[in-house]
Write a protein that binds this ligand. Structure first.
Ligand code: PLP
Length: 354
């Protein structure tokens, strides 16, 4: 019998029944605050953020700002400690350890597998095609009654390319479990975000992050966008004060300057074109794969050795040659002009001396 999507039957019974921790500030957040065992005299240094007080458990202001930018409602937004926290919470909400499965489409972001292993959840794999697109029918066929989540990544890491919108939609429409679309690199891409589609598809979870286009990897702010019901479960399972005050202040500043973010994105995309031109002029580079992100992969003979030689020159890239369809591939993050020049010069020297 064909399964249909039913959120309540997908959620682990212990999570359905969970009574979440009630934080001290759930009932009152002003007045003489002697309820949370904080240090009422303050931190040992001056600060404007009342750092001696716990942060807002539900980050209402930040979630409203993100919602306005992504054209959804606050109730559709979860904020966490990087998108890695959101990935882990999805495992804990939907996957019974030792019994349930998730499906990934390698080559893809490594954390889905690590999070699965931490949560003792089996991973099924349906490879992308050699040009890094989804095998849609095969992916849908591989999913079983035990498959709770399919992870898709667009633009995809480590390959850099967008997955085709219509392929993602076909999977969202036909898979009766949760489909995660990881959009960590969406602001580098011309593809439209799936964020507003959470209104149409109750099984869709979109992941975003401030670590990439917003240039705020150091603050650890990740975002999940989904139906209000799914977000409520994420709120229920998360640690009470997961997003700290320093992070939310920096995140708010980030969302207050979208134009600043877009200017930097444009600069990186221009640099990406220059780096691609330069790499194309090097005879020994076999292939540069199309990219929609702030990184790219390229194929070169003896990639592992070149990776090591680059490192001894002080230039660190990522060897991805062990990933399916990525034999002899290196992944390069686009840097500043100076960093890219240093990389190009080091690579030229290494290839010439071979
Ligand atoms: C596809 C993808 N998703 C998520 C992340 C992690 O994001 P965060 O820094 O928000 O945990 C990365 C980081 O490299 C990534 O490539």
């Amino acid at each position: 019998m064909k399964r249909t999507f039913d959120l309540k039957t997908l959620i682990r019974p212990n999570i359905l029944d969970l009574k979440p921790y009630r934080s001290a500030r759930d009932d009152f957040d002003s007045g003489i605050l002697l309820d949370a065992n904080e240090n009422s005299l303050g931190a040992p240094f001056e600060n404007d953020l009342e750092l001696h007080r716990y942060p807002m458990p539900y980050q209402e202001e930040l979630r409203a700002r993100i919602a306005a930018f992504r054209k959804v409602d606050s109730e559709n937004i979860f904020t966490g400690v990087g998108s890695d926290e959101a990935i882990d919470l999805l495992f804990r909400i939907f996957c019974v350890p030792g019994s349930d499965e998730v499906l990934i489409t390698p080559p893809t972001y490594g954390m889905y597998k690590v999070s699965a292993a931490i949560n003792n959840v089996q991973v099924q794999q349906v490879l992308l095609t050699p040009d890094f697109q989804l095998q849609v029918a095969e992916t849908l066929e591989a999913a079983t009654d035990k498959t709770k989540i399919i992870f898709l990544c667009s633009p995809n890491n480590p390959t850099g390319n967008n997955l085709r919108t219509e392929d993602i939609l076909t999977i969202v429409k036909n898979f009766p479990g949760i489909v995660v679309v990881d959009e960590a690199y969406i602001d580098f891409s011309e593809q439209e975000s799936f964020a507003t589609q959470v209104k149409n598809y109750p099984n869709l979870v979109v992941l975003q992050t401030m670590s990439k286009a917003f240039g705020l990897a150091g603050i650890r702010l990740g975002i999940a966008i989904a139906s209000a019901e799914i977000i409520q479960y994420m709120m229920k399972v998360k640690a009470p004060y997961n997003v700290n005050k320093l992070t939310s202040q920096a995140a708010l500043r980030g969302y207050s300057n979208i134009e600043g973010m877009q200017i930097k994105v444009k600069e990186l995309l221009n640099e990406r074109e220059r780096v691609i031109d330069e790499l194309s002029s090097m005879e020994k580079i076999e292939k540069i794969y199309p990219t929609d992100a702030n990184f790219l992969i390229f194929k070169v003979d003896d990639a592992l050795e070149i990776y090591q030689k680059l490192a001894t020159e002080g230039v660190i890239v990522r060897y991805r040659g062990n990933e399916p369809h990525c034999e002899n591939c290196l992944r390069l993050t686009i840097g500043s002009v100076d960093e890219n020049d240093a990389f190009l010069q080091a690579l030229r020297n290494i290839l010439q001396s071979d």
